[in-house]
Design a protein around this ligand. Structure first.
Ligand SMILES: Nc1nc2c(ncn2[C@@H]2O[C@H](COP(=O)(O)OP(=O)(O)OP(=O)(O)O)[C@@H](O)[C@H]2O)c(=O)[nH]1
Ligand SMILES: [Mg+2]
Length: 462
């Protein structure tokens, strides 16, 4: 249960900017007394204060002794046009912990209560300013480490998931209404043709939900990083490409074949998506025991890779090693890349034919030619592998995933019941179950302990 004091009857205060020194630090105040408390603390320079949605400069002074605390910019957001939906004041002070603590403590002594983690967003949800998926995405947005993560989160803050679910829910409600009519008016019992149609609709709904739930796996891979292995025979420029993508000289590069003997793994971010970039030892027949172990690791790296870049030296004839590696990487998503196109071509005709057919990319790590295209192709193949479009709604939250799965299972049960010829009551129960699971995602049907769990991980001040 949410404690009673989570309810919006009190005015809450918290620092909204991180602890430590900064140019500006923001204190937030929300609730019925937000304006009155501010007026006791703040002497505005402008007569228009407290005009809503206007920033006003003035002095913050302790009402107890009149001492000036800071010069600040204050913005008043009048209910319901504020983040929380309540009267809300943001005090932008100088970013000193001494000042900010003093402002918060003064407001506390005047009767405000310290906000709990996520309480501003919780109030926003309780006042219907956002649904639960949007509230959760606020935290995802703050926690995002990559552009990809923030892109998904900002779309969800804007309601992308709720929008995706809306037509599904509408169809469910229509089906429920239709079946309830059949239950109430026995004369209108479902005739066979409508049962067939219902089964079709249910199947379509569960497929849509399953497709959405399945993006959870992809979302996780894309969040945690795609394993991208650079492989090829010795001296083709793997370590050079590795260093280029990493933007630093991490791997040793020499003209001696067999330079890299161990696997190197470094995280990189490409187009906002995290990758785990792997440099490997060049594959060739050898009797050197160290190199044998290294090549064994390369084979494992190929097996573990989500995506491989197979490098081929454009200036040399394709040999057995190249063909072997072409074979080894056929099973996984890969890009075949000809390196050293700055040098005269030494490749066999078959390879050139493949270049003509657009199967090979052509780059020179030395001159930089083709590397931009390569980066784009890496992103394309990575997203394609996860069967994702850049605009797709992606499930990133395990709570949403579980509820989508539960709704899918309930719809499948409803379908099975109809197929078995059960009376309408049985599939109806399952359909209602599915609908309530979807309602839980957005928070329409939500019990307090779910809210508490959702908001427990928030930071104070949000
Ligand atoms: N001309 C030319 N030389 C290149 C290019 N890319 C890499 N090289 C050179 O090729 C040699 C081998 O480069 P590396 O990056 O060490 O090759 P590698 O595939 O990691 O080699 P191993 O670690 O031995 O498997 C170095 O002398 C590089 O400077 C390129 O695009 N053009
Ligand atoms: Mg190397």
């Amino acid at each position: 249960m949410i404690p009673d004091d989570y309810r919006p009857s009190e005015t809450i205060v918290a620092m909204a900017s991180p602890p430590g020194r900064s140019a500006i630090g923001v204190v937030r105040l929300s609730g019925p007394d937000a304006l009155e408390l501010t007026q006791r603390l703040f002497r505005a320079e402008s007569r228009t204060w407290p005009a809503p949605q206007h920033a006003t400069v003035g002095i913050l002074a302790d009402p107890a002794d009149g001492e000036t605390i800071d010069q600040a910019v204050v913005c008043f957001f009048k209910s319901p046009h504020s983040y929380t939906g309540e009267d809300l004041v943001e005090l932008s002070c100088h970013g000193s912990p001494v000042i900010l603590n003093r402002v918060v403590e003064t407001l506390l002594s005047m009767g405000a209560r310290a906000a709990r983690p996520g309480e501003f967003t919780l109030r926003s949800f309780l006042h219907g300013r956002m649904d639960l998926t949007q509230a959760e995405a606020v935290q995802d947005l703050i926690n995002a480490d990559t552009r990809f993560q923030s892109r998904i989160a900002i779309r969800q803050v804007q309601g992308s998931l709720a929008r995706e679910l809306l037509p599904i829910k509408t169809t469910m409600i229509d089906l429920i209404a239709e079946m309830e009519t059949a239950v109430e008016f026995v004369d209108e019992r479902l005739v066979d043709t409508s049962a067939v149609r219902l089964i079709g609709s249910l199947r379509q709904l569960s497929e849509e939900l399953r497709r959405l739930a399945d993006t959870f796996h992809a979302g996780r891979v894309l969040r945690e990083g795609i394993q991208l292995a650079i492989v090829g025979k010795p001296n083709v420029g793997k370590s050079s490409l590795f260093n280029y993508l990493l933007k630093r000289d991490r791997a040793i590069v020499t003209e001696i074949p067999g330079t890299t003997r161990d696997m190197l793994l470094e995280p990189i971010i490409l187009g906002g998506i995290p990758f785990r970039l792997v440099d490997t030892a060049g594959v060739r027949p050898t009797t050197d025991p160290v190199e044998i172990v290294g090549i064994e690791r390369t084979r494992r790296a190929i097996a573990d890779a989500d995506l491989a870049i197979l490098l081929i030296d454009h200036s040399r004839e394709l040999d057995d090693q190249d063909w072997e590696l072409l074979g080894l990487t056929t099973g996984i998503p890969r890009l075949v890349v000809m390196n050293k196109i700055d040098l005269p071509c030494g490749c066999a005709l078959e390879a050139m034919a493949a270049v003509e057919a657009g199967q090979f990319l052509r780059v020179s790590v030395k001159t930089g030619e083709g590397l931009g295209v390569l980066a784009e192709r890496i992103l394309d193949v990575a997203l394609q592998r996860e069967r994702l479009g850049i605009e797709d709604v992606i499930i990133t939250n395990s709570r949403h995933h579980q509820l989508l799965r539960a709704a899918t299972v309930a719809l499948e049960e409803a379908e099975r019941a109809l197929l078995d010829g059960a009376s309408e009551e049985v599939p109806l129960t399952y359909l209602n179950e599915a609908l309530s699971s979807l309602g839980e995602i957005t928070g329409e049907t939500t019990v307090d302990d779910i809210l508490e769990r959702v908001f427990a991980n928030f930071c104070v001040g949000k």
